[in-house]
Design a protein around this ligand. Structure first.
Ligand SMILES: [Ca+2]
Ligand SMILES: [Ca+2]
Length: 447
């Protein structure tokens, strides 16, 4: 029978406490804060009056004890379960069947992440923290070699983690490749490198690099350029607190206080173009999936969850829980279905809850915009009517979920624009209409 020494329990409590406290802390302004000039656009948004996103509320676990640090991919959620009796386990939960299972560990397990059938987590041992990966299908464990390694984030075959073995004052970020069994450092300096997040397919890792804990932080990214080879670069300058990054492999999101208060920023990795979401008050914990950015925003005293749609530039309210703050939230969009998991103070202890929702459609807005664009051209009535009727037919097909028919009407629209280019339409008008219609086809997922 396993014993659970008090010293490990204390360590665990401290880690759990630290982890929750770190996310709740009011950010300190850095005395070294300097302007960072990479923001290419600012979008001003208000949480007051934001439309409510229709969602279905789901309970992941509301048992006695603290359920925290949830992570989600499609219908699978992992989280830490501290039973208040000195036992901390990692659970994995199937949101469809409701099946809730425990990762077999030493009962001093915490800080997990989930990808496909695998759950990565931290196991606290006498000799130091270790990172382990449990395969829920084969029920087998993989142990990342080395001690003093913790806080893993898994995507595909790549597990990024914090390596505290070199210096407790200068943790580094490294990855473990489950295919090859090799550990590769992503950082090697005298700075604080921590909180890594891996993209779903393992091709991008982002993390915080700070001059000291919580002081002068930048967001760094390592991008896989050829198989197994990661190239590291700074996404932001090291000033103020640019931190808590997350990536879906295409976009990195993070918060920064460089404008004077915390806002959410996002950056397209391929171009480096950065957008600031200027929202009054404090925002934290941004995550991104399927062009939707989820974050927590403080209204009066408590935090609620909001979603920003990058495609439509619309902001939606997700939760409205006065006096109670959602925390540690994470979004995942899977086959057009979105889910956000979060931890929340329940009846005496933290619980893990979730909401699920349909990804908002942007196609109606795009068709309206295309019709307005066409109206602005003052075309001959016959041309306008012919083109408008194709868009209306496309919209009718979309309303009856007949995407294939909608796509064929949009193709007929672009064909007619091309045929009329230089005739009833100027070549510039034709190009604009074709590009807009092609954007709609992309939104619909036309082949
Ligand atoms: Ca703000
Ligand atoms: Ca609870």
């Amino acid at each position: 029978m396993k014993t659970k020494p008090g010293i490990i329990r204390t360590h665990l409590r401290m880690l759990s406490f630290l982890f929750i406290a770190m996310t709740l802390i009011v950010p300190l302004r850095s005395q070294f804060a300097a302007p960072v000039a990479t923001t290419e656009s600012t979008i001003v948004l208000q949480t007051d009056g934001a439309p409510v996103l229709p969602t279905t509320a789901e309970v992941v676990s509301n048992e006695l004890g603290n359920q925290t640090n949830p992570h989600v991919q499609c219908n699978s959620v992992s989280y830490t379960f501290d039973d208040f009796q000195g036992i901390s386990t990692i659970h994995y939960h199937d949101m469809v069947t409701g099946a809730d299972n425990v990762v077999p560990g030493n009962q001093v397990d915490l800080l997990s992440d989930i990808s496909g059938s695998r759950v990565a987590y931290t196991e606290v041992t006498f000799t130091g923290d270790t990172v382990r990966i449990f395969d829920t299908t084969s029920q087998t464990q993989t142990i990342v070699p080395g001690l003093k390694r913790s806080n893993p984030s898994i995507g595909g075959n790549i597990v990024a983690f914090e390596d505290w073995g070199i210096s407790v004052n200068a943790p580094q970020v490294a990855i473990y490749d489950l295919n090859t069994g090799t550990v590769t450092p992503l950082s090697n300096d005298s700075l604080v490198n921590f909180r890594p997040t891996t993209s779903p397919n393992g091709d991008v890792v982002v993390w915080d690099k700070c001059q000291a804990f919580g002081v002068n932080c930048a967001v760094y990214a390592a991008v896989e350029t050829t198989p197994g080879v990661f190239t590291t670069r700074a996404l932001t300058e090291m000033a103020g607190r640019d931190h808590l990054p997350f990536t879906d492999g295409v976009i990195a999101v993070y918060t920064s206080d460089r404008s004077g208060e915390n806002d959410v920023y996002f950056q397209t990795l391929a171009t480096g173009a950065e957008v600031r979401l200027a929202i009054p008050g404090d925002q934290r914990r941004p995550t991104v999936s399927g062009d939707l950015i989820s974050f927590e925003s403080r209204d009066q005293n408590d935090y609620d969850i909001f979603v920003y749609d990058i495609r439509s530039e619309k902001l939606y309210r997700v939760t409205n829980t006065p006096l109670v703050s959602e925390t540690l939230s994470e979004i995942d969009v899977c086959n057009g279905a979105g889910r956000i998991v979060y931890s929340i103070p329940g009846d005496g202890s933290f619980d893990v809850d979730a909401v699920s929702f349909q990804r908002p459609s942007v196609v109606d807005d795009q068709i309206d915009d295309l019709m307005s664009l066409m109206g602005s051209f003052n075309l001959p009535p016959g041309t306008t009517n012919s083109l408008i009727s194709k868009l209306q037919s496309a919209r009718t097909a979309i309303d009856s979920s007949d995407t294939a028919t909608a796509c064929s009407y949009l193709t007929a629209f672009t064909n007619e624009c091309a045929a009329q280019s230089g005739k009833k339409l100027t070549t510039d008008q034709a190009t604009q209409l074709i590009n807009s219609a092609n954007t709609i086809k992309t939104s619909l997922g036309c082949q």
